[in-house]
Structure formats: structure tokens, C-alpha cells
Design a protein around this ligand. Structure first.
Ligand SMILES: Cc1ncc(COP(=O)(O)O)c(C=O)c1O
Length: 396
């Protein structure tokens, strides 16, 4: 019997990770460039707040939308830093990571058959969560020759009578492109003109390089009242395993639905994590800035390494910690349409280097490969040194 969940994959990156860990268990040195998990420790003040919460016995159910101290901290942060107009902490819903936020957002917004426009390539889980809610993902191509930037005209051309929302992600996984204010304004104007909602995934808002600015689309006049924003502490504070994200919504009906969904799914995030999150948001932000600087250094190391190989052409990201590269058909290991898996498989087998195949990021992305540089600088350096010669050594 078919079930909507059958439309969801188990995830290519999970498969790569399992194989790498298997090799590691057999004593092989592996380089974890397959997934976006920060190598850093969480900020010291977040750790201390969690230790204190444990000592104070803060281990009981919390309000399902989050403890007041955290929702207040988030409200302050999104109004001052992201410049969102949000009436109060009641518009903040604390979620079990950004992933859980995305799940409840699409579940709250979509009726069966409703369409959501999203970029292609895109992190797989976006389309999967749209499908889980009965919706239809409508991918709009980002083009290498345009620096993978959103093309507002292409977005507008994809709108149909069934379109409910436009999904935006900046900095973008998997290309690392950062959307500039002018493009955001154009997209917000399109949403206003066609009376569409905007779902803005800002998981990488603090992983941004070269002095680029992160613009929260919800802060733009045309986007006000029609934007639902999802954030994550996974990348900003390296709190990936602690599972904390949040959703901001201002529409009363959507907010009510989100609250019901949280109550009936997670019924609140781990209490101890919430105290750590409040401390992280309220405390000094120097750890976040230092991480971004280190990611930028890793980006430069990896980019320089890939530039030495004629078989991959990498895009230099302005944010997030991913390098998206096209695979040359001249690569001796090239195997046509399935090529992204052949390079991913080859790199695991020959060098213990992780990557993610392009096909994991939406339709027609075979021929691309994604390297993550969130693992340690030493691992990134080792991979950058190895990659040109390993790729060269492939046999047809
Ligand atoms: C684009 C994007 N959004 C959201 C997330 C959510 O992360 P988490 O569930 O750890 O908060 C991720 C994680 O990799 C991501 O890449």
C-alpha cells in the first residue's frame, strides 16, 4: 500500500557517511567532506548554561513552543539583527533543528497539490518536506554562468494557479551563493504581485564570507506579513547535535497551525538545549565570527586545491560551507549520466574522501559534486592536497 512517506529517500549523504565510517572502523584515515557538520565546539557560555540547567534540575517538560527566556532572546535577535517586524516572543516557535521547522512550515502551509517554487540545485530535504506535506516542489534552475544566483524572471515564469509559496535559501546549500538585496527585493515584489507566501531558510546566515551581507527577505517592505522564516543554531553555534532551530511567523492562522504541529510532533525541544541556546544568542558572538573566518580560510584552501585539477570546476562560495563543482566529461573515471556517483564512489574507495553526488540535490544535477568544508582545517587541507592527484589517477 503506497504511503506519502514512500516518496521520500533515505538520503545519499547518509549512504556516503555510512561507507566512510565503515572504512574508518577498518582502520583507514577518512576525510569527512560529505556532510555539513561544524567541526567546532559550542561556545563556552552555551556549554556552561547547559551544565547549570542540568544542575538546577531543568529536565522537565517545557512550553511546547519554547521556554520564555529563549523566545525572548530570539525575538530580540530577529528584530534587531534580521530587522524583522515581529510583534513579540509569541511569534517565535522553537523547533527541533531547522529540519523540524521546515517540516511544520510546509505542513502548515500546504494543501495537497499546492506548489512551492524552490531553487535547483537545493538541499534534498526541502523538496522531501514539501512532498511530505502533500505539496509539489517546482524546481527553478540556478545557472553556473550566472553565479547560481536566483533569476527572478525564472521564478515568476514558474508561477501557476497552484503556487502557494516561493522558497528562498541564502547563503545557499549546496552552491554557497549569497543573494543580494536587489534580487531579494525583486523576489519579494513578485510574491506581493501574485499574493504568494515566502519561506526563507536562513540556516547559514552567519556563515558568510568576504564581507557579504545577509539580507533577511522578511525585512523587506513587500515581504512583510507574507514571510515565514526558519533559522538554525546548528551552523551558527556548531550546535548541530543539540537540535535547535526556530520559526518566525506573523500570520495568526499560520502561527496557530505551527503551534499545533509542534505540540503533536515534538511537544517541545530538549529543555537543557534551550538554556544553552538562550545563552548562545544572548552572549558574545565572537565564537561565531571566528568560525566564519576559519570557514573562509578552509574555502580558500579547498578552492586552490580543486583549481589544480582539470577534472572539476568549482564555484567559489560566498557563504555556507560547501563547494559545488562540475565534473568534466574528460575525467578518466567518467561514466556518463551516473557520473556524480562514480566520482563520489571513486573518492571513497581510492582516498577515503567524502563528497555528496550532485543528483542528491534535485533533478538534472548529475555531473556535479559537492564538497563540504565544515570538517577540520587539517582534513580540508589533506583533501585539497590529495584531490588533484587522486582524480588524475582514475582509469577509464
Ligand atoms: C539549507 C538548510 N536548511 C536547514 C538545515 C537544517 O539544519 P538543522 O536541522 O541541523 O537545524 C540545513 C542543514 O544542513 C540546511 O542545509
Amino acid at each position: 500500500m503506497a504511503n506519502i512517506v514512500d516518496q521520500v529517500s533515505l538520503g545519499a549523504i547518509v549512504q556516503v557517511r555510512d561507507r566512510l565510517l565503515d572504512q574508518q572502523a577498518k582502520g583507514r584515515k577518512i576525510l569527512r567532506l560529505e556532510s555539513g557538520d561544524p567541526s567546532f565546539d559550542i561556545p563556552a557560555h552555551a556549554r556552561e548554561a547547559m551544565e547549570k540547567a542540568l544542575r538546577d534540575g531543568q529536565t522537565h517538560y517545557t512550553a511546547s513552543t519554547g521556554i520564555p527566556a529563549l523566545r525572548q532572546a530570539i525575538h530580540r535577535k530577529v528584530t534587531t539583527e534580521n530587522k524583522l517586524e515581529v510583534p513579540g516572543p509569541d511569534n517565535v516557535i522553537v523547533t527541533n533543528g531547522g529540519m523540524n521547522g521546515l517540516y511544520i512550515i510546509f505542513r502548515a502551509l500546504l494543501d495537497p497539490g499546492d506548489e512551492v517554487i524552490l531553487p535547483n540545485p537545493m538541499w534534498t530535504e526541502i523538496a522531501e518536506n514539501i512532498r511530505l506535506a502533500g505539496g509539489v516542489p517546482v524546481p527553478v534552475r540556478l545557472r553556473a554562468e550566472e553565479g547560481y544566483l536566483y533569476a527572478p524572471a525564472d521564478i515568476e515564469a514558474a508561477i501557476t494557479a497552484r503556487t502557494r509559496a516561493i522558497f528562498i535559501n541564502t547563503p545557499h546549500n549546496p552552491t554557497g551563493m549569497v543573494v543580494r538585496r536587489k534580487t531579494m527585493e525583486e523576489i519579494a515584489a513578485i510574491a506581493e504581485k501574485h499574493n504568494l507566501l515566502l519561506v526563507s531558510d536562513e540556516a547559514y546566515e552567519h556563515v558568510i564570507f568576504d564581507g557579504e551581507e545577509h539580507v533577511a527577505i522578511g525585512s523587506l517592505p513587500a515581504a512583510k506579513g507574507r514571510t515565514i522564516t526558519v533559522h538554525s543554531l546548528s551552523k551558527t553555534y556548531a550546535m548541530s547535535g543539540l537540535r535547535l532551530g526556530y520559526v518566525i511567523a506573523t500570520d495568526d492562522l499560520i502561527l496557530m497551525r505551527l503551534k499545533k504541529l509542534v505540540r503533536c510532533t515534538i511537544n517541545g525541544v530538549n529543555s537543557v538545549t534551550q538554556y544553552g541556546a538562550a545563552a548562545a544568542i544572548n552572549g558574545p558572538q565572537d565564537a561565531t565570527l571566528a568560525m566564519a573566518a576559519e570557514y573562509q580560510a578552509r574555502r580558500d584552501i579547498l578552492f586552490a586545491g580543486l583549481e589544480k585539477s582539470p577534472y572539476v570546476k568549482a564555484f567559489k562560495p560566498s557563504g555556507a560551507f560547501y563547494m559545488w563543482a562540475s565534473i568534466s566529461p574528460d575525467w578518466p573515471g567518467y561514466q556518463g549520466k551516473t557520473d556524480d556517483w562514480s566520482m563520489t564512489n571513486y573518492l571513497i574507495d581510492q582516498a577515503g574522501i567524502g563528497s555528496a553526488p550532485g543528483s542528491a540535490f534535485g533533478p538534472d544535477n548529475e555531473g556535479y559534486i559537492r564538497f563540504a568544508f565544515s570538517c577540520s582545517t587539517d582534513q580540508v587541507r589533506a583533501a585539497a592536497e590529495l584531490l588533484p592527484s587522486v582524480l588524475q589517477a582514475a582509469k577509464a
